[in-house]
Design a protein around this ligand. Sequence first.
Ligand code: S3P
Length: 432
Amino acid sequence: MDNILKTEKLINGLKGEIIIPPDKSISHRALIFGALTNSKIKIKNLSKGEDCVSTLKILEKLGVKYQFISEHDLILDSTEGLSAKEKVTLNCNNSGTSARLLSGLFSRCDFSCVLIGDNSLSKRPMKRIIEPLELMGAKIKSNDNKLPLEIQGTDLKAITYYSPISSAQVKSALILAGLGVDEPTRIYEKTLSRNHSEIMLSYLGADIKTGCDKEGYFVEVKKSKLTPKDIEIAGDISSAAFFMVAGAIVPNSEIIIKNVGINPTRTGILDVFKQAEINFSILNERTVSNELVGDIQVRYTKNIKPFEIKGDLIPRLIDEIPILAVLAAQAKGTSTISDAQDLRNKESDRIKTIAEAFLTLGIDIAEKPDGFIINGQNNINKSAVLETYLDHRLAMSYYVLSLINSSKMEIQGFNCVNTSFPEFLKLMNELK
Ligand code: S3P
């Protein structure tokens, strides 16, 4: 794949069926929790995006063995447990999920390590995990609350933590720390962020409780032995999102995206599709390793209604906001996205980068501290060179935008899609 992608408008629409690749969030968790079973398990349908490979390579450096038995299925062998002889440097590359989740785990292991990452990850905030982990007794040295993190494993104590942000990475880091402590650790969040860790841990027989009381949503964990079980991973709704929006906005499209994880903590995009009156349906609902899965059918929708994204909806679609901004650009009226200030801490400052790209294309967008206001318009006809800032979700969102741009576009740094979705262009081409 060339690192500058030249694109052009798609006339005939997207048609057909694709199987969406494995969910990245669930893949990270399958590897990490799988590595805590101290046995051999099979993981079916693992993401091979670079982020999940970073987690796998880190576990390998700590003594976990693996063997791929087909393209996406592997045997994970953690019979020897996790260990390191001396302080070991572990590279998370671009993956915030690896850095944050593994910090929680390594805080209670009996070795020392240094977590490093690429330029983008090294700029992202780690205080959100360092602070609560230190309350549990973790020994972490950081570069002003950023990577590299030097973690000296130690015995932790249980806490009850009221998380100021609803973040699945923070919650999962604390779950991984609490899983090694005799007393229960309880984590509260105001709105429920993705609950894949909770679902997978209860699937593996951990001592875990979830609920909701007057303080908010909580999860409580304590020291648990995990039952070795094979884990199958659903398709990634955050990857499906690009095809769902493309199907809705490119005239003449009618597509089915198969095997998509539709866990309600991830389906904020479906709520937005309802608001926007997109023509879609969910077929063939089932569960896979306790996660809800379905096939999503989307048809081109001529009259897309404007929509509002805020509050409780944000954690349920945080990664989909770039592509939903593209949808807003095609809605008939004004859409608003607010309460999404954490977008500034993603692989790029997504509020700034999206506003910049949309203005370059002549789309009416106003940047706000916590989101945007977008006045949709029917015709986009402006040739432009868009910069991805190596943010994979921007690259794919701009690609979808290019399918309805009557003028040619160039996307700089398009290769960054490999961090999450190496199969993206191949699947798009299958539908053309
Ligand atoms: C993720 C949680 C989200 C999401 C990220 C993956 C996870 O981050 O943006 O892509 O797997 O736990 P936050 O927890 O920072 O919202």
